[in-house]
Design a protein around this ligand. Sequence first.
Ligand code: OXD
Ligand code: MN
Length: 585
Amino acid sequence: MTNNQQVLKFVNDSVALCKPRNVVWITGEEAQLEELRREAMATGELVKLNEDLLPGCYLHHSAINDVARVEGRTFICCKNEEDAGPINNWMDPKEAYEKVGAIFDGAMKGKTMYVIPYSMGAVGSKFSKIGIEITDSIYVVVSMNIMTRIGTKVLETLGDSNDFVRGLHAKAELDADKRYILHFPEDNTIWSVNSGYGGNVLLGKKCFALRIASFQGKNEGWMAEHMLILGVENPQGEVKYIAAAFPSACGKTNLAMLIPPELYKKKGYKVWCVGDDIAWIRVGEDGRLWAINPENGFFGVAPGTNMKSNPNALMSTKKNAIFTNVVHNLANNTVWWEGMDKNPPEDALDWKGNRWTAASGDKGAHPNSRFTAPAINCPCISSEFEAPNGVPLSAIVFGGRRAKTAPLVYQARDWDNGVFVGSIMASETTAAATGAVGVVRRDPMAMRPFVGYNMADYFAHWINMGKKIKNQPKIFNVNWFRTDDEGNFIWPGFGDNLRVLEWILARCEDKVDAVETPIGYVPNAEDINIEGLDITVDTIKELLTVDKDMWKEETAGIEEFYAQFGDRLPKELSAQLDALKAALK
Ligand code: OXD
Ligand code: MN
């Protein structure tokens, strides 16, 4: 399929190591993919769902011990340990190739090896990057076909270039004790073994588009971020774009596909989704930041997705989607999960494949059960989704789940202050996860598990990027999760978050004033539109308060977090922390 000597060497080396029975190059043609789906159906790897109700959709199960990303077994393998930094697990590359090479040795004996050329970003765009994933899993092939652009056209675009990311994946024995997700940023290489779970094996996503790409971005002067991208269209038909980073369980997918409140819909507001998880951001010729979504699909969490919480995500799964670890409704050969509706199926198998009814009290779908769905299925997909140069950003938004500390929204004073705001991002743990509730986990820019190098250098890269952007976007922080003394959420959230985005965009266009506080600018309460809401201006005032004592405590936590970076922490950020402390005195 190619004469690219580097690609051929990568494939030949992988064959020598994994010793498959045969090698199949993935062309991207539907006939080949359909043949593979049939083969996977024959072995039970994929179950074809009801063609009338869910056309082109399949059900898949990962192994019971293999249902989530494994941060503890994810490594950055660069020559110097300090270059991986204090947040990442590190392994010496030589040791990693030897140790995990022994696991790959013969791992595909008797199996077929698939070679998937894929493009992150529209094929041929100068924003895009190419990867080759080698795998022994048909689930990976057909899922990569949803999540990325694959096939011959990608190899044609690559030509003779050596600029591609080498990804090697083998399910091997699915042995959790020998599971490794290794990144060699200095070699443009990813090795993933003993897993079949999407986040560990769809190598274009977290492994390439965040961990490897963040390293490439640092060296090449651009940014790979864990951000959604959305467009807000006003009644005049102008669309402004926002990129936003949130830790998990903060409503990122819902925000990316927001449904405007009735009042806004009537006025003519629309929200368009460009991406729900990852943004690659570059400085455009006009001095603004431009962002693309490098992915081609959504890898969404199923439980809780319903016609009320996120109809756009649910609609996206209605054709050509793959569901993993959800309930199989045998009565009509469809799928179900907790929080889809109030009618759990009576005749069903749970995510482990056992007979199941809701009456058992057990969950039928795994809490991290997923769907991969083509982005073009999304009713609110942006017309700019494929735009080769992406969309220009007016604002960057950071957010977290804070019961008290952070106001509903505040604006950073300038770029460096915005980098500080992103670097101190944190979320409080919820009762949904095991462990103590309300514990603060620092998750800078929501990139804690995804920066492919030293987090301190990543902060420095953000600071440096600021110097290159003539027309900087404004930077904001939001918190939809302030609670009252009884622990109830004060802000309605969901579609009403558009009211906050409206203020953010008004600030970007200098159309509205703000009040300065020690942490940045908060709105005048009157400037958040509460028309049609069951809350008063006083409630908004409460949501916007900045409690100095709490923030003093917060600075102690930030200081502790920063301390681990030692001298590598950019001086701009220690200066920001000092300035905050002084302002709180
Ligand atoms: C994801 C994640 O799956 O952030 O997107 O874990
Ligand atoms: Mn994510």
